[in-house]
Design a protein around this ligand. Structure first.
Ligand code: PRX
Length: 648
């Protein structure tokens, strides 16, 4: 173990942007906040001018709460805005530097990337894919994932990228919900030197879902895979001879750009719908403002394209700004724990955007790993995905930021599409562990149950008060759920983020974490209900309650309280089997930390499992009033069992 995690929490101080950084920053005049507060629409309109529109919008915003339409009447293509617009000035500039886990490197200039994207767009067209057809992408972090996304965008086919580590079953659920008949995947990939048999997962997963007509398979690691006649084709074969030019489909601003599935409070993942114009304006603008992205930067966002960060701040935002992006396929400790710092040194990375779990892991490994490398090219570092504790923030500042790089702790969500609360690195005085202020153009607040603003220093719910360009438009195929989840808490026009927060006396926002039944394990979002429905589908399980337990390294870990069917005996083997069952059905990142058997679970008199009580028990906190439970004695026995785990 390297450093202790929170030793420096006591020394919390404020950090002003370094003078030379501030002087050269893209945004360095605080007047931006007051100006945009008066006219947020004017701000977004001004920034929309930086994109290429095939037809200009008629109105900036049409707001019929809770439905917003941005830049209506405007026509554009997202792929065109990422690639074609860069041809004039940056045709030979490197767009992507990709590094495989095994050390192989591939680079694409903007011109080369456009050609590849067009070739693949033509392949899709040849398969009959057209505007509005949803294409599922199930690829690890290889260049083809970006090429596929942009090719879809080029022909107006919304993409749905499914995180490669999800199980075949999770993939099939998402394909089914999206009604997607085309799937892009690969033979397999390398993770910590071990091969993940991706194509096998596909074959198993989609066997029972008759939807998929074509599977395009990238040959990535050349493991043996079976190809189904008439359905499966190799990427390299269909790309052979495909034309390298393809006219972009001209899309309406409100046409869907992509679907991104995320976990919520019910058993079924939600397809978050993002549209084209507002999303592109929002990601293009915030990438420049938050990362201070300049033409000479080498920008590395460690996120996977299977999550929203990979969409907004690896692909669309940075490429629309003509950036050179770095992307890495593998694990941070392969072959050694200095892989990230080695990569930064070799590729001369100037901006690094990563997650608190990664930072806490680096902290555990100790500073000697980054010290082995020259990482002095870094000038800005960022964090996203979960609250970063002040100790980890300070470690990041000192050991990676070398005491001089501004840190941008960015709060946002799959649903917001863009960074909503974050420092502007040339202006904002930062405080360790604090996401600071809403972006220009964004109005956030901390509200109580009734929708009144709470006093500074008090806990409340994080709310967004006005529409923003990249906001979720609906939940795919489930408008009711969209309204219910995000808008019904208060007045059907104030967005409920699902996070707890408080504001300090400087108006800074401190994010506390999820207040709903969403668990954040290493930044991955997992729904309690989704997990429970998988557990109860196991023949031995009668009931399950799944909650997050705070964890120093991963933010949260998963505790599963399980009641077995009558006649089934508790055993260590069964625990192991249930763990593996969860892993097989969701993915390895969702491995429960503990399975706790219990004859009963805390339930209301109407039989509803009270996760609030389970969560308190798992976290060894006071469960509060339990008098309304069917059987309050359950609490004591569960506390006992949980305590035994901790001491074992
Ligand atoms: O709880 C918040 C946490 O991540 C949630 C959103 O998760 P997801 O949709 O997967 O998107 C993650 C990447 C944008 C939020 O509701 N979260 C995200 N960023 C932060 C954060 N919590 C605290 N601080 C952050 N900077």
């Amino acid at each position: 173990m390297g450093e202790k995690s929170d030793t420096s929490e006591k020394d919390v101080t404020d950090f002003r942007p370094p003078e030379d950084f501030a002087r050269n920053a893209i945004v360095n005049d605080p007047e931006i906040y007051s100006r945009t507060e008066k006219d947020p629409q004017g701000f977004w309109e001004e920034n929309a001018e930086n994109l290429h529109w095939h037809r200009k919008w008629d109105s900036v915003l049409e707001w019929e709460p809770p439905h917003a339409r941005w830049f209506t009447g405007g026509k554009l293509n997202a792929c065109y805005n990422c690639l074609d617009v860069n041809l004039q000035k940056r045709a030979d500039k490197t767009a992507i530097i990709w590094e495989g886990e095994r050390g192989d490197i591939r680079k694409y200039t903007y011109k080369e990337l456009l050609e590849e994207v067009c070739r693949f767009a033509n392949v899709l067209k040849g398969m009959g894919v057209g505007k509005g057809d949803i294409v599922t992408i199930y690829l690890p972090m290889i260049p083809e994932v970006i090429i596929s996304m942009l090719a879809c965008a080029r022909i107006g086919a919304p993409h749905s990228v499914v995180f490669a580590a999800f199980s075949g079953e999770s993939l099939a659920t998402r394909i089914g919900d999206a009604n997607s008949r085309i799937l892009i995947t690969c033979d397999g990939y390398s993770r910590r030197g071990k091969i993940v048999e991706q194509k096998n997962k596909v074959d198993d997963g989609i066997r029972s879902c008759g939807l998929v007509e074509k599977v395009i398979v990238v040959r990535h690691i050349e493991n043996d895979v079976s190809m189904k006649d008439g359905r499966d084709v190799w990427w390299h074969e269909v790309m052979k001879g495909s034309d390298s030019s393809c006219e972009p489909e001209i899309m309406s601003s409100e046409d869907m750009l992509f679907l991104m599935y995320t976990s919520g409070t019910t058993g079924k993942p939600k397809g978050i719908v993002h549209t084209t114009g507002g999303y592109m304006v929002a990601t293009h603008t915030t990438t420049r403002f938050v990362f201070d992205l300049k033409d000479e930067d080498i920008y590395w966002c460690t996120a996977d394209c299977g999550w929203i960060t990979g969409h907004s701040y690896l692909v669309y935002g940075p490429l629309a700004n003509g950036a050179t992006i770095v992307t890495y396929e593998g694990a941070p400790d392969h072959p050694e724990k200095d892989r990230y710092w080695d990569l930064i040194e070799r590729h001369k990375v100037t901006i690094l955007y990563t997650a608190p779990t990664a930072i806490r892991t680096f902290m555990k490994w100790g500073p000697s790993w980054p010290q082995m490398h020259d990482i002095s090219t870094l000038r800005l570092i960022g964090s996203v995905g979960e609250p970063i504790n002040p100790g980890a923030w300070l470690w990041y500042h000192e050991n990676i930021g070398q005491g001089r790089c501004p840190i941008v702790d960015t709060w946002w969500q799959t649903e917001t599409g863009m960074i909503m609360i974050s420092p502007l690195p040339g202006i904002t005085t930062t405080k360790p562990g604090c996401a600071t202020l809403p972006m220009p153009g964004i109005k956030a607040a901390v509200l109580d149950e009734k929708g009144n603003e709470v006093e500074p220093g008090k806990d409340g719910y994080l709310a967004i008060m006005e529409p923003w360009p990249s906001m979720v438009r609906t939940v795919f195929g489930n408008e009711e759920r969209f309204i219910e989840t995000y808008w019904s808490k208060w007045d059907n026009r104030t967005y409920f983020a699902g996070d707890g927060a408080k504001m300090d006396e400087d108006g800074y926002f401190w994010i506390i974490g999820r207040v709903d039944d969403v668990i954040k394990v290493s930044g991955h979002r997992i729904g309690s209900a989704e997990f429970e429905s998988i557990l109860v589908s196991h023949p031995s399980v009668a009931e399950a309650g799944v909650v997050g337990k705070e964890d120093e390294l991963r933010g949260e870990v998963i505790y599963c309280y399980v009641t077995l069917r009558s006649g089934i005996k508790e055993s260590e083997e069964l625990k192991k089997e249930l763990r593996m069952y969860a892993e097989k059905n969701i993915g390895p990142f969702a491995r429960p930390r503990h399975i706790i058997f219990s004859d009963d679970l805390p339930k209301t008199r109407s039989g509803k499992i009270m996760r609030r009580v389970l969560k308190a028990i798992a976290n060894e906190k006071d469960p509060g009033d339990v008098s309304t439970l069917q059987d309050p004695a359950v609490v004591e026995s569960l506390k006992e069992r949980t305590k035994m785990l901790e001491s074992s």
